[in-house]
Design a protein around this ligand. Structure first.
Ligand code: FE
Length: 247
């Protein structure tokens, strides 16, 4: 099986939200699609261990915000890589309340759908949840974000709970031959690196400044990014060191 073939499937990127017991919950997903037009129904694939999934099943409502092409990376980091149990994801996020009562995130969105859960299908690690669209609107005429664009721009892989998650090792194995043909390029880029350059996490936008270090991870001020341990993770979204780019 060729895992890279899965990257040829096209998707958008969406923020799915719900409200249960007066508390908002939400996450970012690429697996959202319309299943029928009469009635208008939308399906979403949700990981069983995702805390929002449970709340959608209890509340029987969810909203889908379609993210725009230049959606804020901190919004993606906050809703795509953090668990609702770890932080209040909706803090400082502009929402409106849909007819069903679900919160709708307008930030970085071009359109939204308000849905009532009709059915759910157990597909192993995930649940395929089908919702009838009760209401919808267009927020802006900007271009929606495609998953391919997101992956290419941020050199990202799907988070572990995504239905489209592929183990990094599997992709690296497939990429091995390709990288072996470009040894000179590697030398050039490492030679051009300035040790005191600020590096930005492409997932959430956090900036690592060598002059400040990262006290939360025990990295003292004056530590160049290159000297940080390889298992260093972003203090905001937990993305690995490989997700940082030089400013
Ligand atoms: Fe980050």
């Amino acid at each position: 099986m060729k895992y890279k073939a899965f990257h040829k499937l096209s998707y958008g990127l969406y923020l799915i939200a719900t409200q249960f017991n007066g508390k908002n919950a939400g996450f970012i997903a690429n697996t959202v699609f319309q299943v029928t037009s009469e009635p208008s129904q939308i399906a979403i694939s949700c990981h069983k261990k995702n805390s929002t999934t449970e709340k959608i099943l209890e509340s029987r409502i969810f909203s889908v915000s379609v993210l725009k092409k230049d959606a804020s990376t901190s919004l993606i980091g906050q809703f795509g890589f953090m668990s609702g149990g770890e932080m209040e994801k909706f803090h400082n996020i502009e929402t409106i309340t849909a007819k069903t009562g679900a919160p709708i995130v307008l930030d970085s969105s071009v359109a939204w759908f308000d849905c009532k859960v009709i059915s759910s299908q157990d597909v192993g690690t995930h649940l395929l949840i089908v919702g009838e669209v009760i209401d919808s609107d267009v927020v802006s005429d900007e271009e929606p974000l495609t998953y391919a664009h997101y992956r290419e721009k941020y050199k990202m892989l799907s988070p572990k709970h995504s239905p489209t998650y592929i183990e990094r090792e599997r992709l690296e194995e497939e990429n091995k031959t390709e990288t072996e043909h470009r040894p000179e390029q590697k030398e050039e880029s490492s030679g051009a690196t300035n040790s005191m350059d600020v590096h930005t996490c492409t997932v959430c936008g956090y900036q690592y400044d060598p002059e400040e270090g990262d006290p939360t991870a025990g990295i003292p001020p004056g530590t160049p990014f290159e000297d940080i341990p390889e298992d260093y993770r972003c203090p905001i979204c937990n993305a690995g060191k490989e997700y940082f780019t030089k400013n």
